[in-house]
Design a protein around this ligand. Structure first.
Ligand code: HEC
Ligand code: HEC
Ligand code: HEC
Ligand code: HEC
Ligand code: HEC
Ligand code: HEC
Length: 450
């Protein structure tokens, strides 16, 4: 009996060792994936900001102007993303000013009428309104039919986001789609890290179970071996080894493995198919190292100086070398990159710029409709071009992207008599909902498809 006890004790020791090793590696792996998620998360500021700190920070900054309850912030978040995010970010200048700290700059008694109708406030001669209007090149911010409570919740949301550093491509200028994707990313990150912990716990529990069962089985075998009254069949059964080839031959196991494999392949195929034709982020190397950052950013050359037809026509053309020569007949004439322009002109061959944005022929897109009539900024669709050394495709350019924006963007109907009756009709029917591009038929197939 002594030897039996010794053997089972040593097995117990081995089992415990095994358990700690596997537990340790599971924890290490969990930590590594968690770290990976933090690293790859698009918006690092989301990590570690608990709702508690947001709620605590809000009332202090809002100076009592807003309620900081999480429901109001959430409502404000949705309203902000639906109405304001294409022009504003909290901590970055996009089309309009960064809205962080607005409650310190302006009282609510100014903010509310401004959002309801900024042009009225500007027309009334309000000093601040006129100043900011001029500062932003007299761009008219659209009017919003929001209630005072809705505006208060937007402000509460803004206050809660103040000071959080955001990656500019995050909320900036994006269509609704981009913003939503970012939001779910952050949420996914949090959810999956708690899933990881749950998985680790489950794995540990299972290992403990298996180890305990193995120990019990072995102790029982040891006890049985001590007995003399067993016949041959009992012994055979007792000493039976675990047979892997049986598992391998089992149709059930083969079926399950096969099904999992087929599902995995199917999933990959569908994911791949969804990405066909998606070229977001495409950034080809151009034949001349032309930098928008240098020209449109640092030297502040107007976009339309080069893309001459962008406010007038369907297409925003790419400038011919002659336009470059307006300046480069004098500037940097010795630069090898500039000499490429001279060579193109001498050979009477166009510079072979690589096209970045390209909708399929089945879709109709018109720049002047969006830039001139709609008053949209280039950055809304093309992102921070003025910061790009090399242009890349900022937006997805999918049908969903176009439609989302048409659903969310209020139509700029100010001072356009053509719309007066239409807007009146819309307002009497459902005045609570803004008159968007889609209210005007902007989601009808034939508007975008030939
Ligand atoms: C189409 C673009 C656009 C949209 C949409 C937009 N704004 Fe603006 N906003 C601007 C511009 C541009 C200015 C700068 C003033 C001007 O030019 O009229 C501005 C100014 C402001 C200001 C004053 C900022 C300051 O620093 O004094 C506030 C507040 C503001 N917007 C809030 C909002 C809110 C809230 C929403 C959403 C309900 C919104 N805006 C939607 C373009 C926009
Ligand atoms: C000095 C002339 C110049 C100015 C100013 C300029 N661009 Fe460009 N732009 C070019 C040239 C040349 C190309 C083609 C090479 C390239 O893609 O970089 C181009 C390409 C582009 C493209 C990609 C076109 C494609 O192939 O799909 C976009 C989008 C764009 N510009 C937007 C802008 C915006 C927005 C501004 C203003 C903020 C601006 N550009 C200012 C010269 C200019
Ligand atoms: C309105 C004036 C203007 C126009 C138009 C213009 N550029 Fe420039 N470009 C500049 C200035 C200013 C610089 C910076 C020069 C410096 O760094 O001293 C520059 C620099 C450059 C450089 C960097 C040269 C180097 O070696 O540092 C390249 C390449 C260039 N431009 C290409 C172009 C091309 C291609 C076009 C036409 C699509 C163009 N530019 C149109 C003003 C212009
Ligand atoms: C509503 C979104 C939107 C806005 C706003 C917008 N663009 Fe575009 N832009 C596009 C799309 C979509 C394409 C691709 C068009 C195609 O392939 O037919 C494009 C293509 C371009 C191109 C490549 C040439 C062409 O016409 O296909 C240039 C250059 C360009 N845009 C410049 C600008 C400039 C400069 C502005 C601001 C004055 C601007 N865009 C504003 C969506 C927009
Ligand atoms: C950032 C917002 C935004 C995006 C993205 C956008 N649009 Fe628009 N679109 C507008 C606005 C605003 C108008 C209304 C302009 C006006 O008439 O005042 C408009 C109008 C139109 C119209 C005219 C609709 C009418 O009722 O006459 C067409 C066609 C159109 N867009 C096509 C497209 C296509 C195609 C895409 C995608 C490649 C696209 N738009 C992406 C904002 C957007
Ligand atoms: C606001 C503009 C707009 C409207 C409205 C619109 N589409 Fe599209 N559609 C597009 C653009 C842009 C593409 C190309 C996008 C791409 O390649 O992903 C497209 C692509 C498609 C495609 C090709 C399949 C694909 O995903 O590439 C089909 C089919 C289509 N649209 C059908 C429709 C139908 C049916 C309607 C009406 C219910 C409609 N579209 C309304 C802009 C629009």
């Amino acid at each position: 009996m002594d030897s039996i006890r010794l053997r089972s004790l040593s097995r117990l020791f081995l089992a415990l060792l095994l358990f700690f090793v596997s537990f340790g590696s599971a924890v290490a792996q969990g930590a590594a994936t968690a770290a990976g998620e933090v690293g790859s998360s698009k918006n690092p500021s989301e990590v570690g900001v608990t709702p508690g700190t947001v709620a605590a920070a809000a009332p202090a900054a809002a100076a009592g102007a807003t309620t900081a309850d999480p429901a109001a912030i959430a409502a404000g978040d949705a309203l902000f993303k639906g109405n304001c995010a294409q022009c504003h970010a909290v901590n970055d200048v996009v089309v309009g000013p960064a809205l962080g700290g607005i409650t310190k700059r302006r009282p609510m008694s100014w903010i509310i009428p401004w959002i309801k109708n900024s042009s009225k406030l500007v027309a009334s001669g309000d000093d601040y309104a006129v100043k900011i209007y001029n500062q932003y090149q007299k761009q008219q911010m659209p009017s919003f039919q929001l209630s005072d409570a809705e505006i208060t919740s937007i402000v509460a949301y803004i206050t809660s986001e103040e000071g959080k550093t955001t990656v500019p491509t995050g909320i900036a200028a994006g269509a609704g789609a981009t913003t939503v994707v970012d939001g779910t990313d952050a949420a996914n990150g949090e959810a999956s890290s708690s899933m990881n912990i749950l998985l680790i716990v489950l794995v540990v529990v299972l290992i403990v179970l298996v180890v305990t069962l193995v120990i019990i089985a072995n102790i029982m075998k040891d006890v049985l071996r001590g007995r003399k009254d067993l016949d041959g069949r009992d012994v055979e059964q007792m000493e039976q080894r675990f047979d892997f080839s049986k598992i391998y031959k089992s149709t059930a196991v083969r079926g399950i493995v096969g099904a999992v494999f087929v599902l995995a392949v199917l999933y990959e195929t569908i994911q791949g198919a969804m990405g066909v034709g998606l070229t977001q982020g495409y950034q080809p190397t151009q034949p001349i190292a032309f930098s928008h950052k240098l020209h449109a950013g640092e030297n502040q050359i107007n976009c339309a100086y080069c893309h001459t037809s962008v406010y007038k026509a369907k297409s925003a053309n790419i400038p011919s070398p002659n336009i470059c020569m307006n300046c480069h007949s004098q500037i940097k004439t010795e630069s090898p990159e500039i000499k490429k322009i001279y060579r193109a002109i001498e050979r009477k061959q166009p510079i072979q710029w690589v096209r970045v944005h390209n909708l399929p022929d089945l879709a109709y897109f018109n720049h002047s409709q969006h830039t001139q009539v709609g008053g949209l900024e280039c950055q809304t669709c093309h992102g921070p071009i003025q910061n790009m050394e090399v242009v890349y495709q900022y937006s997805a350019l999918t049908m969903g992207w176009c439609i989302n924006c048409h659903r969310e963007t209020p139509l700029n109907t100010k001072g356009n008599g053509y719309y007066d009756n239409l807007v009146k009709l819309h307002d009497t029917k459902n005045g609570a909902v803004p008159f968007t591009v889609s209210s005007n038929g902007g989601t009808e197939c034939s508007k975008c498809h030939y």
